[in-house]
Design a protein. Structure first.
Length: 237
């Protein structure tokens, strides 16, 4: 966390792994619930940390529905392409005539990662999209140190958290060292279907769970007085 100018209190809704596939699945209704929750809770920013869509072959009418829902948000929304909706040729996020005029929506597209600055919110976000379906993707590799004083710094990553034990897989690894040394205030993680804290030190890092599977999202409050506070919000009745 960077020291410096006093930062304005903010609230973030962190979600991932909707796996939208059709207009008849559970994710369809969950997305409507997300919009309602965000607007009622005065959220400043919505983060979708990968796999918003289940695959890149979904119908245009589903994409149009998703965009229409996100445009009802009173907050900004940033989307990280994950391993299911990766930023390959023919990606759902590259469809002409759908995403171009969405003023409140930002999509991470730079292959080696990029930073989005939201100066009116006092927030900077970094994320690196999945650009292929397999191989050794490293979601936090190349993350830059935060530079802007007086802003909250958020990283968004989609993959598996590993802590010391050599995993059986070699792709999508997010290490404890990468998180700890990032210098960011919060790391919003996707790819795991349950709400989970993976690091609670100076850098907070959480999986929010899948709203379509576990029925959970994360509400993240940022303030100089209390630091970073993360709560699990359940959509299950």
């Amino acid at each position: 966390m960077m020291a410096g100018a006093t930062r304005i209190q903010r609230r973030i809704l962190h979600t991932s792994d909707f796996h939208l596939e059709s207009l008849t699945d559970r994710a369809y209704h969950v997305l409507e619930a997300l919009v309602s929750l965000s607007n009622q809770a005065n959220v400043d920013l919505v983060i979708i940390a990968g796999d918003f869509f289940d695959h890149n072959r979904v119908e245009d009418r589903l994409v149009h529905f998703a965009v229409e829902q996100l445009q009802q948000l009173l907050a900004y929304v940033v989307i990280l392409p994950g391993n299911h909706d990766s930023l390959v040729s023919g990606s759902v996020f590259e469809r002409a005539g759908i995403w171009e005029n969405c003023k409140n929506i930002k999509i991470f597209k730079a292959p080696y990662g990029e930073t989005f600055d939201l100066p009116d919110k006092g927030i900077s976000l970094w994320g690196k999209p999945m650009g292929y379906y397999e191989a050794c993707a490293q979601p936090l590799a190349g993350i830059p140190q935060p530079k802007e004083i007086g802003r909250w710094h958020i990283a968004v990553a989609h993959g598996y958290y590993v802590d010391g034990v050599t995993p059986s897989f070699f792709s999508y690894q997010i290490t404890k060292e990468e998180i700890v040394t990032s210098g960011y205030d919060y790391v919003a993680l996707g790819h795991i279907n349950e709400f989970r804290c993976v690091h609670s030190g100076s850098v907070k890092a959480y999986y929010c769970g899948s709203p379509s599977v576990s029925g959970t999202m994360a509400v993240v409050d940022l303030s100089e007085e209390i630091g970073v506070q993360v709560m699990c919000h359940s959509l299950l009745k």
